[in-house]
Write a protein that binds this ligand. Structure first.
Ligand code: HEM
Length: 461
């Protein structure tokens, strides 16, 4: 069976390829009452034609880089995602068969994500300030992005929506995250998106096969066709304590001099991440960053079966064990589209900073949640050792690193440098799906049956 081609003019541009712009403003809106939800869809109906498709991104990528379209204006790209409650309001007979999406992030934060923060204090997605719509306004010209976000906000507020979250993300020099490491290097290739190989699109999008030549899996029950070309979005707001991470690596590197003479704080940090700050993969015998300008992502862990080069506990090996002789049968992959927020620590150490972690996939339960709970937060799998960078066990975490004189156990001492401060699981529709949702909304039948959703999902899952 030949697979259906990807609908580039319908799939949102942030999902495939990604916006990758310098500035991204996130606007979160709440719509808890039926009147608010109806207002939300009226606003979305006006917005839908402006949502950026993959085709738009491809057409305007150069203009985005040079800051100009043929009309002379700098392009701005928009992406949107909706809550389960909002989807259920419009189409109560549509079900997304994903336990995590169904339960919501608040429900599983403590049990599945090891997140001990109090949701009432979340900056994003707190129960009193829910995010039913998340809008991403993206571009390279900060003034133009801000002006567009302001205009969209004014329009939304004038239509009765409530702003529940607002934050600006900025690409840092060299595409680094706040600990100083180049981020977003490793992304799964999607079959049909300019590559002959890669993962079948059904891993990331509804309506496509999960394996080449296969049938699209039944991830939704959707009599209206509103989920086609859609995806599920995970948003986590993660605060990074740069000072704590730097202090830890400096102090531990100093205390390990007897076991590993000459070990530097930067080298230790690289062993915790699994790459050098430039993004270069770790290799045997290195003592410093080779400063790759174009970081390699084609490596695997064959030949490093003991974790001698890249520790099993290194962040990148916990979340993607790649190929090696102790192969994991299948590595769930997600399309990471996050961006840092807050200024560099050295520019302004006093304010909050971190990562607006955003990732698309067709199954949150089978992807983000699996990778987080079964691997990143586990000291046992896929390899032995804790992820000291992001992993959530709160007690002492430990990983093995291999110095010139043998293995060394690196312990966190119960310290953490990532603090979750909220988030949400959302549905990112295809553009046609979004328009259909807006058209359907308002029909009295859909409002009358909106309570059915929970019971029916429970029966399916
Ligand atoms: C503030 C928190 C985080 C920081 C500082 C961070 C940092 C990094 C860095 C520096 C890389 C290597 C660059 C790259 O390969 O793209 C990376 C890779 C990755 N991270 Fe994180 N990360 C964070 C949170 C998370 C979370 C919550 C997840 C979700 C499970 C995650 C999943 C991944 C994945 C899947 C990769 C790619 C690994 C690979 O394919 O080699 N990260 N991260």
């Amino acid at each position: 069976m030949s697979d259906r081609p990807l609908a580039f003019d319908d799939i949102q541009g942030d999902i495939l390829g990604g916006f990758n712009t310098d500035v991204q403003i996130l606007l979160g809106f709440g719509a808890t009452e039926d009147t608010g939800r109806a207002a939300a869809f009226a606003w979305l109906a006006a917005l839908a034609p402006d949502i950026t498709s993959v085709a738009d991104v491809r057409l305007n990528r150069t203009a985005m880089k040079t800051h100009e379209t043929c009309a002379g204006a700098t392009p701005i790209w928009l992406a949107v995602a909706l809550s389960k409650a909002l989807l259920g309001f419009a189409v109560p007979d549509v079900l997304i068969l994903d336990q995590a999406f169904h339960d919501g992030m608040i429900d599983g934060a403590a049990s599945s994500l090891g997140d001990r923060s109090n949701p009432d204090e979340w900056v994003a997605g707190a129960p009193s300030r829910p995010i039913d719509i998340l809008l991403k306004v993206a571009g390279n010209d900060p003034g133009a992005v801000t002006a567009r976000a302001e205009a969209l906000l004014d329009d939304a507020l004038s239509r009765g929506l409530t702003l529940t979250y607002r934050e600006r993300g900025d690409r840092l020099p060299g595409d680094i995250e706040h600990f100083g490491f180049r981020d977003h290097i490793s992304q799964p290739e999607v079959l049909g998106d300019g590559t002959a190989g890669g993962h079948a699109p059904g891993r990331f999008l509804f309506g496509y096969p999960r394996d080449p030549g296969g049938r699209p899996p039944a991830l939704t029950v959707d009599p209206h066709g509103v989920t086609d070309n859609g995806s599920l979005l995970v948003f986590r707001r993660l605060v990074q304590d740069v000072q704590a991470f730097r202090r830890f690596t400096a102090e531990r590197a100093a205390s390990l001099q007897a076991a590993w003479p000459g070990l530097t704080a930067d080298h230790l940090a690289a062993l915790i991440v699994g790459r050098w700050p430039s993004g270069a993969p770790l290799a045997a015998g290195q003592r410093a960053d080779p400063r790759a300008t174009d970081p390699d992502d084609s490596f695997d862990f064959f030949g490093d079966d003991d974790g001698m080069v890249c520790p099993f506990g290194a962040h990148i090996r916990k979340v993607n064990p790649r190929k090696g002789s102790s192969d994991v049968v299948e590595v769930p992959r997600m399309l990471r589209r996050g961006i840092p927020f807050g200024p560099l620590f050295d520019e302004n150490p006093t304010v909050e900073r971190g990562l607006l972690f955003l990732a698309y996939q067709a199954s949150i339960t089978g992807t983000f949640l699996f990778v987080s709970s079964r691997w990143m937060n586990s000291g046992k799998s896929p390899g032995k050792g804790d992820d000291l960078l992001v992993g959530r066990p709160f007690d002492d975490r430990a990983m093995l690193i291999h110095g010139p004189n043998g293995p060394i156990e690196l312990r966190s001492g119960g310290l953490q440098w990532i603090r979750p401060t909220g988030g949400v699981y959302l549905f990112a529709p295809g553009i046609a799906g979004l328009k259909k949702l807006c058209a359907i909304t308002g029909s009295p039948a859909s409002i009358a049956t909106s309570d059915r959703c929970d019971a029916e999902v429970a029966a399916f899952l």
